[in-house]
Design a protein around this ligand. Structure first.
Ligand code: BDR
Ligand code: CA
Length: 313
């Protein structure tokens, strides 16, 4: 199994990514590191533990990381995810502990302890923890197998400003560090995640999962998509973050292009934009695999099959 660390700001779609990882023998989840993003840090580490407890997997350690971006004030997204970040279902306060160690130190220690090239990082939120870890311990870069992240966009435009996707916008300095790190990067931008839509039929298949599990996960989707349906005028909203985990399991259902990707950190108008050299006009070397297409039916089959295993466990 591929050893992974999920770095996250749950977030309903982050929750689906965590659940998919827990349900998939192809990946071994070493720990969850949390970051401020959709909601403040005090909620993201709570939410991550609620998701683990829902799945009966409280042995997976959860670490709290950075409470604010590296150089700019925090911007959150309660307008999308609700005041808790996981609106749409009622879950009890978690009883499993939060680890004492800082998320950044867990990331560094794990990469130094595991064999070089063994661990994949899966960022699903702003890149603050990863950018901070690479700054504090640059020697980890060569030890990371790859970074598979949700963020950015090209032809699809932005979702927090006309130019920028939320995760990159919130911490552009951290994103710039990650994209300059030399670590192999696979990115799941809005161009692909907007093709992964929670239609009625797909939500109902999830709602039909056993017991509390179906009700909770479908409740999240009902809440999450109300925002996007209104915004994009489509049936169902995009499900962003679980594409990161699905890619690890079924890369064959995704298609993209190796490109140079640079991050705009200065401009007021385009801060957090991923400048993707899709047409290879810059001469700059490729540093990321930009995913643009997915077999969305295959994605939902995978997600629903794997959630069913967790639901009946
Ligand atoms: C990203 O921003 C968050 O709101 C989602 O969880 C996802 O990671 C989409 O732009
Ligand atoms: Ca997220």
């Amino acid at each position: 199994a591929e050893k992974i660390i999920i770095d996250t700001d749950p977030g309903q779609d982050d929750a689906f990514a965590i659940l998919l990882a827990l349900a998939s023998p192809e990946v071994e989840l070493l720990g969850i590191t949390t970051v401020a993003g959709n909601v403040p840090l005090s909620l993201t580490h709570r939410n991550a533990r609620q998701v683990l407890e829902l799945a009966g997997r409280s042995e997976v350690p959860v670490f709290a990381g950075c409470a604010k971006p590296m150089a700019v004030p925090l911007v959150t997204a309660e307008h999308v995810h609700g005041a808790t970040g996981l609106d749409g279902a009622e879950l009890p306060e978690p009883v499993m502990p939060l680890q004492d160690r800082h998320a950044v130190d867990f990331i560094i220690d794990t990469l130094m302890k595991e064999p070089g090239g063994a661990v994949t990082l899966c960022p699903l939120g702003p890149l603050t923890n990863i950018g901070t870890a690479l700054t504090k311990a640059p020697e980890i870069a060569s030890r990371i197998r790859r970074i598979v992240l949700m963020g950015g966009g090209l032809f699809e435009g932005g979702n927090i400003t006309p130019a920028a996707e939320f995760n990159i916008f919130v911490d552009p300095q951290a994103a710039a560090i990650v994209f300059a790190s030399g670590v192999p990067i696979v990115m799941m931008p809005l161009d692909v995640t907007h093709k992964v839509r929670t239609t009625r039929e797909r939500v109902e298949r999830i709602r039909a999962l056993d017991g509390e599990f179906g009700a909770v996960t479908a409740g999240w989707l009902d809440y999450f998509e109300r925002f996007d349906e209104e915004k994009y005028g489509t049936e169902g909203g995009p499900l962003h973050d679980p594409n990161v985990i699905a890619y690890l399991i079924r890369p064959d259902i995704y298609d993209g292009r190796l490109c140079n990707v640079e991050i705009e950190t200065e401009s007021e108008l385009t801060k957090g934009m991923t400048v993707v050299d899709w047409w290879k006009v810059s001469g700059r070397p490729a540093n990321a695999l930009f995913i643009r297409d997915v077999d969305d039916a295959a994605f939902f089959s995978l997600l629903t099959e794997r959630l069913a295993v967790l639901a009946s466990a």
